[in-house]
Design a protein around this ligand. Structure first.
Ligand SMILES: [Zn+2]
Ligand SMILES: [Zn+2]
Length: 257
């Protein structure tokens, strides 16, 4: 079994706890250290209980709590080598492990395979988490679905998936044309429809839980993202439980068998 609790997620901040077989890891530290500690406590955990912190990439909405978090505890950080160069100064006492896409590593009871995503960051990563036959895909901050995501994540029982923007809301958001192009481009973010298209690619009856994440507060709504995905799940005949991660409230533990 793998358990996941999203402490927060939106374009403004992201942090997620993933547990399996007694091993606990955090993915990203893009909210305040105070909120991370509080969220971990609500999960019955603490920073020293974490075997590691895995990073998707160095953007502020994924790392901003790192500096304060690293002052009190010695952290085991896992990220791409390129990203480590950028954030090392934020956490001088931390221990870094560099990740290579496609190379699986074991941390306690969890098997973790990083993979490339398409985003304007320093070698950004998505993850496949595995524990005793249960598999959870973690896909965020990617402008397009790239190889090997469909192959690697086929058959997952759980999926954490960015559903960042609604194209009409983005077009009418008052953002500059350059920013709109960046968000909707191949190095940006997934729209609701792109998220649905990816789920169509990897859909199977064993997909138990789907968590929509990184929902933009200005260019999307949880209702729009959920409606689009629920329609896709219904069209596919799946009874997958759909969840929406939020910025303000922790998403309580979800158990994936
Ligand atoms: Zn980003
Ligand atoms: Zn982000």
């Amino acid at each position: 079994m793998i358990r996941i609790s999203v402490l927060a997620s939106s374009s403004r901040g992201n942090a997620t706890v993933i547990s399996g077989g007694g091993t606990h890891v955090l993915v990203d530290t893009g909210i305040s250290a105070l909120r991370i500690r509080k969220g971990l406590a609500e999960c019955g955990l603490s920073v020293p209980a974490l075997s590691g912190i895995f990073f998707t990439h160095e953007h502020q909405d994924h790392v901003c709590g790192l500096g304060v978090l690293s002052k009190k505890d010695t952290l085991n950080l896992y990220c791409s080598r390129y990203m480590a160069q950028d954030v090392r100064g934020m956490a001088p006492g931390a221990l870094f492990t560099y990740l290579e896409p496609g190379q699986t590593l074991e941390v306690g009871s969890l098997k973790i395979t990083p993979f490339c995503v398409s985003h304007d960051a320093l070698d950004p990563l998505g993850y496949l988490f595995e524990c005793e036959g249960t598999r959870l895909g973690y896909v965020t901050d990617t402008g397009i679905i790239v190889k090997p995501m469909p192959e690697l994540l086929a058959g997952v029982q759980g999926l954490y998936l960015e559903s960042n923007y609604d194209p009409d809301m983005l077009a009418n958001s008052g953002r500059t044309p350059a920013l709109i192009s960046r968000i909707s481009g191949r190095w940006g973010h997934l729209s609701n429809e792109q998220a649905c298209e990816f789920v169509r690619q990897i859909a199977h009856p064993g997909l138990q839980h789907l968590i929509l994440a990184h929902i933009s507060p200005e260019c999307n709504t949880p209702a729009k993202a959920s409606r689009a995905m629920q329609a896709t799940l219904s069209e596919l005949g799946l009874s997958t439980q759909l969840h929406c991660a939020a910025m303000a409230n922790r998403l309580p533990w979800i158990e994936i068998q």
